[in-house]
Design a protein around this ligand. Structure first.
Ligand code: HEM
Ligand code: HEM
Length: 179
């Protein structure tokens, strides 16, 4: 058995799977269970708010500083994937970091445009309804890409990243791995 190290703290893990659950419930209840839909959407929004705080105050691998990289570093990482030379990251890899920002922003925007529809000013306003729906579909697309990225990285580095998001633990670094 390879030695393991703790990477994802309990907050990140509970946050992640709660976000997945609230998105799933909001998606499935969108058409015919309005009250449930709104609660699930607010839960997703609240989770994003907490995650932003944790990205500043949290443990090492939860911090934005640790995984938000420059466009140049992201492009270089994508080129390395194309040529099969990308390094293994103990935390989020540069492309994953960008995806996380995209997912956090889109989720916040979906929740915000959902809430707007409950206000006197924007109730029944067409562009708000449409923006809400377009953003929700965009989010579904991003989630698809996100899961694909997780599967590719899991195969390339022969480790189960989904399990790591449950247990918090990953294989200890060796060689050129980036800690
Ligand atoms: C609604 C759907 C989803 C959303 C919004 C979402 C969002 C996120 C976010 C924000 C992170 C960053 C975690 C953090 O540092 O806080 C993350 C990481 C991660 N997610 Fe998801 N996720 C979703 C679905 C899934 C699914 C279905 C899987 C598994 C098949 C998955 C597997 C992972 C893994 C393994 C990581 C860690 C990636 C790494 O090793 O760098 N996610 N996800
Ligand atoms: C992750 C969060 C959310 C997701 C993924 C989401 C997704 C969706 C989707 C896909 C629809 C279109 C349903 C249809 O086909 O008619 C919809 C409609 C709607 N959502 Fe959300 N939503 C979220 C959060 C919220 C929140 C927080 C609220 C309000 C508190 C909300 C209020 C509404 C309302 C009022 C509609 C109906 C708009 C209309 O009449 O066309 N949503 N949502």
């Amino acid at each position: 058995m390879a030695a393991m190290v703790k990477i994802w703290d309990p907050f990140v893990r509970v946050f992640h799977w709660s976000l997945v659950a609230s998105f799933a419930v909001a998606w499935l209840s969108a058409e015919d269970a309005r009250a449930l839909h709104e609660w699930a959407g607010y839960a997703a929004g609240a989770l994003i708010g907490l995650r932003l705080l944790w990205g500043v105050m949290g443990t090492r691998y939860a911090r934005f500083r640790q995984f938000v990289r420059s466009p140049g570093a992201i492009a270089a990482y994508l080129r390395d994937i194309a040529t099969g030379r990308e390094a293994r990251y103990l935390g989020h890899n540069p492309a994953g970091g960008l995806m996380i920002l995209a997912l956090l922003t889109t989720t916040a925007a979906v929740a915000a445009t959902g809430w707007m529809q409950t206000t006197d000013t924007y109730f029944g306003v067409n562009w708000v309804e449409e923006t809400h729906e377009v953003l929700a579909n965009l989010m579904l697309g991003l989630v698809g890409l996100h899961v694909l990225g997780v599967l590719v990285a899991s195969l390339r580095h022969r480790e189960n990243l989904v399990r790591a998001m449950v247990t918090g633990r990953k294989r200890s670094p060796r060689g050129a791995d980036i800690t």
